[in-house]
Each structure stands twice: as structure tokens, then as C-alpha cells.
Ligand binder design. Structure first.
Ligand SMILES: C[S@@+](CC[C@H](N)C(=O)[O-])C[C@H]1O[C@@H](n2cnc3c(N)ncnc32)[C@H](O)[C@@H]1O
Length: 255
């Protein structure tokens, strides 16, 4: 898949930037997604966890510090180089989430903001199932598809982030903003030289892939920002406590 090569090259080229400016330092990670993911994980002392798309290793280390036996892998060789240097106690590998295999089987597979790199979840789900023990759990997060469906528009002096439409007073359509129902490839930019391809898919399509897989859904979480975000980032908090930013699936491998 062409997008896979493009994304891997982009993470390789920007590995240092990812480690320093994004990773756990990014607001969405630190104030919405990671706290929610860790909350779902609960007590992981002694559990065997595979961290899929582990980036430069910070989140694998968070799990390690909570007492789990952690293995991490990522498609980017340069990110894995950083992870190995920073966290020598953890085993890291280069691998693709759609076909990476190990002899060892895990209690939990954890994939933070990785699934939106795939146009559908079929191969990710079937490969992750092979990595897990019987009844193993798969917890993964994505940018919320409603957020993905919104567009940024400048109207007059205001910047809108919007999904919906405007109508004239006679009821006829004026302008349509955004598109939720049609899945699509999306060009995403973290900074000028840090670009990648994500995929927007609807929640219905995601659930269909899960229903067709070895997994059952045990929870579906749309987290709000933490209380500390309210103090540190009041504007973002105001928005993200009402408009969804992150979606998390908690799955269990069927026995
Ligand atoms: C947004 S980053 C998230 C990194 C880390 N999980 C975190 O939350 O800090 C997405 C990661 O997924 C990795 N990735 C993208 N496609 C992948 C694939 N097919 N297999 C494994 N990793 C992949 C990227 O290299 C990158 O490290």
C-alpha cells in the first residue's frame, strides 16, 4: 500500500520531532487519550502487553512503569532506534501492524492512534488476534470520526470547524460543510515537513469490521479532557468537552 510507505518514510524523517514535540507532549495525547487508555487498562501489574505502533517508546514505557511486561513495535525504523536507546529494558521491534508476528502471546494489545492509518480494520484485527492469548484484550484509539468529518471554513471574520449545512430562509440549501458518511483517504500535516495519510471511516464501518472479526466489543469510550486540561487549556477544554476528539474501542478476543 502506497500510503504505508509514505507514512513510514515521514515518521523516519521526522522521528526526532515526533519524540520531542508530539508523543506524550501533545495535548490530545496527554490530556484526553492517554489518561483514558490507562484508565481502561486498569491494573496491569504482571500482564504481558504488546504495544502496536509504539512510536518512540514513551507509552510502552508508561506501561512498563506500571508493572507490565511490555514489547513494542512500529513500522518506522528510526522511531524504533530512539525507543531502543531510551528504554533499554523494553524489547522493541520494527514491524507492520498488519503482519507482525511473535512466538510469545499477550494478555493485552494496545494501539494508540494507529488504526486510522488503515482504510479498514480487517487485517489489523486478524493479525492482532494472532498476537493475543485466548480472551486477550485489544484496546485501540483513533481520532473520532465525527472530528474527521468536520471541515475548517472561514466565513467573514470567523473560522469555523463545522459539520452540517446552512440553508436560506426559504429552506433551500446554501452550503454543505463536511462529510461523515463517505470514507476517504485524508492528507494530514503535523508540520510543514511532517505529512502523512490517514483514513476516515465511519463508526458503522468500524463496527462491521469488528463484528466480522474474532473480537467482541466490551467497551466503547468517547473521552472528555481531564480536569487539568480545564485549568491549563480552558479554550480547548470548552470545545473538547462537547465536540468529540478521540474514540476508543475495548475489545476481547472470543474464546
Ligand atoms: C500518531 S503515532 C502514535 C505513536 C504512539 N502510539 C503514541 O501514541 O505516542 C502513529 C504511529 O503508528 C505507526 N504506524 C503507522 N502505520 C503503521 C503500521 N502499518 N504498522 C505499525 N506501526 C504503524 C507510526 O510509525 C507512528 O509511530
Amino acid at each position: 500500500m502506497e500510503s504505508k510507505i509514505l507514512n513510514r518514510n515521514s515518521y523516519n524523517k521526522n522521528a526526532k520531532d515526533w519524540e520531542e514535540k508530539f508523543s506524550l507532549n501533545n495535548y490530545t495525547h496527554s490530556h484526553i487519550e492517554k489518561p483514558a487508555m490507562l484508565n481502561i487498562l486498569g491494573d496491569i501489574k504482571g500482564k504481558d502487553i504488546i504495544c502496536i505502533g509504539c512510536g518512540s517508546g514513551e507509552e510502552a514505557n508508561l506501561l512498563y512503569e506500571r508493572g507490565a511486561n511490555v514489547v513494542g513495535f512500529d513500522i518506522s525504523e528510526e522511531l524504533i532506534k530512539i525507543a531502543k536507546q531510551k528504554y533499554p529494558n523494553i524489547n522493541f521491534y520494527v514491524g507492520d501492524a498488519e503482519d507482525f508476528k511473535l512466538e510469545e502471546k499477550f494478555d493485552v494489545a494496545f494501539a494508540s492512534f494507529v488504526a486510522h492509518y488503515f482504510p479498514n480494520y480487517k487485517q489489523l484485527l486478524s493479525n492482532t488476534s494472532v498476537l493475543l492469548k485466548e480472551n486477550g484484550e485489544f484496546i485501540f484509539s483513533i481520532i473520532h470520526p465525527i472530528k474527521r468529518a468536520m471541515v475548517k471554513e472561514i466565513v467573514g471574520e470567523k473560522k469555523y470547524t463545522i459539520l452540517g449545512n446552512s440553508k436560506l430562509t426559504d429552506g433551500s440549501l446554501d452550503t454543505l460543510y463536511g462529510d461523515y458518511l463517505n470514507s476517504k483517504e485524508m492528507k494530514v500535516k503535523f508540520s510543514d515537513g511532517f505529512k502523512m495519510i490517514h483514513y476516515h471511516t465511519t463508526i458503522g464501518e468500524q463496527i462491521r469490521d469488528i463484528l466480522d472479526s474474532d473480537f467482541e466489543i466490551i467497551d466503547f469510550v468517547e473521552p472528555k479532557p481531564t480536569q487539568s486540561a480545564k485549568e491549563e487549556y480552558p479554550d480547548k477544554y470548552e470545545i473538547d468537552s462537547k465536540v468529540p476528539e478521540v474514540l476508543i474501542y475495548h475489545l476481547r478476543k472470543k474464546g
